[in-house]
Every structure is written in structure tokens, then in C-alpha cells.
Write a protein that binds this ligand. Structure first.
Ligand code: ZN
Length: 417
């Protein structure tokens, strides 16, 4: 069924249009680089206008019943509808902006200077590799290398590699990007060998993949239980830098909330607001309700409304991400969908194994990994995100568990009652 769907979809798009699309994307990418370097949106505007024209035509070729965005979203998140995403992200917008205001009004500011001191890179790697092994990454079927932007790539479930750079004066960078990529890698390493060399030997969707990376990076990797085990070890490696820093202080610092301009540097809470800005704008652009010429202003208005910050220039604003230049329209929401799915799956795993937090505090992560393997990883691409959620949780996509998780966590971090 999956192979047939892939095949039928490719056949719906004429070859000439595929050529046109590839050409326009290559040109748009070059224009985007020039525009971002000069921080001048007008250099990218014509190419972006064309990207959205082409996206509308692509949606027409692919076909849809409700909304052209459905056809585009389906390329990244099979079976998901724009209406489903609009309503879920809409409810998230109200609740997360309210939580952010509470943190800003009632919580004391947290500075993260202690993370930005000289930290020996060899020791950083030693510690990070230990975390990766404990999470379950199999170094005999993968490896870690350095690259400017972290990623995970799979050649087969027996060769799943990750990259993450080590920064000598930023303790958090390698550690949390490696945790994130380890989550992706566990998924790929866990796909059933019976699916090898078939179209099913990959993740279910971008959202489900991101649920795995964010679960290990945030729900586990930025949680109290895991650090109960890891922090004394980290302190032992970096006595000068962390010897006098209490556990509670360290926990607060790695969970600091700070609205900023750049999505990829955003904290766990405000990250979703960056996604909302992009999702709402790309929907409006696709529907013709937003003009490309006015996009920088619309971007800044939404940043101010949701995050309370206004980018000083287009490079730090509307031009920061590569995605639209590459025709990746319908892609951004998958990041937030991943967060929602992560919370839903984690709650279900916790109900099945109430001792998970105690195990994390003892450095044991095998029960969670095993549960994810049996319920998610092993199936590869057999089920869509909606089908997986239905099978595992008995319900559909739901923002409630994620909002509850964020509220409880950040009220604890910021000591808000
Ligand atoms: Zn990821």
C-alpha cells in the first residue's frame, strides 16, 4: 500500500513540472543566500513568490479534498490534515503564550553564564558518549562525527550515523544536540530487520521522527530524574566549572526560557511559538491572504505578538530559515507535532512502566527504549502518525498532554505556584 501510494503520487506530477520545480528551487536557494547575507528581503521576494505559485500548482497536481495545504503536508506527514493542524496549533498558541507571560511576570530571570565557560572538548565527548550509550545508541552500528549543523543519517538500520559539533565554550551544545540526534538514531537502529531494503525501512513521518528526538532530548534529557544520575558525574569531570553549582541551579539553567529571534536556538517552550509564526504565514501565503511584499512586517508583528521580541533585521527574521527557498512548504508544523506526539507517547509509556523516573535516576533507560522499540521503532513506516497514536494511546493527536507537561515543568523550573 505504501509503495503504491508513493508510486501513484509521483505519477500525478508531470515530468516537465518536476523539472520546473527543481530549477526554481535551485535558483531560489541562491537568491536566499544572497538575500540573507545582505539582510535584504527584496532580493528573495520574487523567488519566494514563485515558490508559493509552484506550491499551489503542485497541490493541484497531487489533489486534495479540503485545502491545498493538505496535499503539501501529506508529503511530510502522511494522512495529516491542515484543519487538524490549524485547530491544534491554534489552541497551543493561546496556552503557550499565556504560560510564557506567567514565566516572565512571576518567575525570576535565569542566566546561563555557567554553561559558557571553557569546557575541555575531549571530556565533553566522553560524557556525551556515555549518555548516548546509556540511552541505547549502538556504536557498533553507527558513529559520531562533527559537522556545523547536527543531523542523523541512516544507510541501513546497521549503519546509522549522527553528527554534532563540540564547542569549547558551550557545555550544552554537543550534549543536547547529541541527545536529540540519538533519539532519531534509536528509531532508525530499531526498525525491524525484516523491513530492510523495502520502502518501509524508515520512520513513519517527520513528526513521529521528531517525537523520538525530542523525547530523548527534552522529556528525558532535560528532566530531573536523568540528571539525578548524570549531574554528579558531570560535576566530577568539570569540578572547577560546576563544583560549586547545586543540582537545582544546574537544572534551572538547562531549562531556561528566553524568547529569541532564531528558531534553532530557541528553548523548549518558545520553540513552538517560532513554528506557529511560520505555519500561520505559510497558510496565509498559500491562500493568497498574505502578500510576499509585506511578509517581513507580518513576520515581525507575529514575533512581537507571540514572543515579545522584534528582529532588528530580516536576516534575524523572515530570512533565517532555508526551508521555503527549497520549496519545503508544509514542513514546519511537523516539528511541533513531534513535541505533541512525544508527550502522548511518554505518558503512555509511563502508565505501562510507572518506575521509569526511578530507573532514569539510576542511569537505566532500557525500559523506555524497549517500549519505544516495540511500539514505534520496529514498525518503520507501516503506520501513519495518526494510526500509530490510535494503536498506542487509543486516541488521536492531542495537545493536552504536552501543554500539561510544559506547564508542570516550567512552573517547577521558575518556582511559580
Ligand atoms: Zn530532529
Amino acid at each position: 500500500q505504501v509503495a503504491q501510494k508513493d508510486y501513484d503520487r509521483e505519477r500525478k506530477v508531470p515530468s516537465e513540472f518536476v523539472v520546473e520545480l527543481a530549477h526554481a528551487r535551485a535558483m531560489a536557494h541562491q537568491d536566499w543566500i544572497k538575500a540573507k547575507t545582505a539582510s535584504d528581503f527584496s532580493l528573495f521576494a520574487p523567488a519566494l513568490t514563485r515558490q508559493f505559485e509552484l506550491a499551489r500548482r503542485l497541490a493541484d497536481y497531487l489533489g486534495y479534498t479540503e485545502h491545498p495545504y493538505d496535499a503539501l503536508l501529506d508529503l511530510f506527514e502522511p494522512g495529516m490534515r491542515a484543519s487538524q493542524v490549524t485547530s491544534i496549533l491554534g489552541s497551543l498558541r493561546e496556552q503557550l503564550t499565556a504560560l510564557l507571560r506567567r514565566i516572565q511576570n512571576e518567575g525570576a530571570a535565569i542566566d546561563d553564564d555557567l554553561l559558557h565557560q571553557p569546557y575541555d572538548v575531549i571530556r565533553q565527548r566522553e560524557f556525551t558518549y556515555d549518555v548516548m550509550r546509556r540511552f541505547g545508541y549502538d556504536f557498533t552500528r553507527g558513529r559520531h562525527d562533527a559537522s556545523p549543523h547536527p543531523f542523523c543519517t541512516s544507510f541501513s538500520s546497521d549503519d546509522v550515523r549522527i553528527t554534532a559539533d563540540t564547542q569549547p565554550e558551550d557545555l550544552a551544545y554537543l550534549l543536547f544536540s547529541a541527545m536529540h540526534e540519538t533519539g532519531h538514531a534509536l528509531y532508525e537502529q530499531g526498525i525491524s530487520p525484516q523491513l530492510a531494503r523495502t520502502p518501509l525501512a524508515q520512520g513513519a513521518s517527520l513528526g513521529v521522527h521528531e517525537s523520538q528526538s525530542r523525547m530523548w532530548e527534552n522529556l528525558v534529557g532535560r528532566g530531573r530524574p536523568a540528571w539525578t544520575f548524570f549531574y554528579p558525574r558531570l560535576q566530577g569531570l568539570f569540578t572547577t566549572q560546576l563544583g560549586g553549582v547545586t543540582f537545582d541551579r544546574f537544572y534551572q539553567v538547562i531549562n531556561r526560557v528566553q524568547p529569541s529571534f532564531i528558531r534553532i536556538q530557541a528553548d523548549e517552550l518558545t520553540y513552538n511559538l517560532h513554528i506557529l509564526v511560520r505555519f500561520e504565514l505559510e497558510m496565509a501565503l498559500l491562500e493568497g491572504k498574505q502578500s510576499v511584499a509585506d511578509l517581513p512586517q507580518a513576520w515581525n508583528d507575529k514575533m512581537e505578538a507571540y514572543l515579545g521580541v522584534v528582529p532588528p533585521n530580516d536576516a534575524l527574521g523572515v530570512l533565517q530559515d532555508v526551508h521555503w527557498s527549497e520549496g519545503l512548504i508544509g514542513y514546519f508544523p511537523t516539528y511541533t507535532l513531534g513535541n505533541l506526539i512525544a508527550a502522548q507517547l511518554f505518558n503512555t509509556a509511563l502508565a505501562a512502566h510507572p518506575s521509569l523516573p526511578d530507573e532514569f535516576a539510576a542511569g537505566e533507560f532500557g525500559a523506555l527504549r524497549g517500549w519505544l522499540h516495540d511500539h514505534v521503532h520496529v514498525h518503520g513506516r507501516k503506520f501513519t502518525a495518526n494510526e500509530l497514536l490510535q494503536r498506542i494511546t487509543g486516541g488521536g493527536l492531542d495537545a493536552r498532554p504536552y501543554v500539561d507537561y510544559l506547564t508542570a515543568k516550567f512552573c517547577d523550573v521558575y518556582q511559580i505556584t
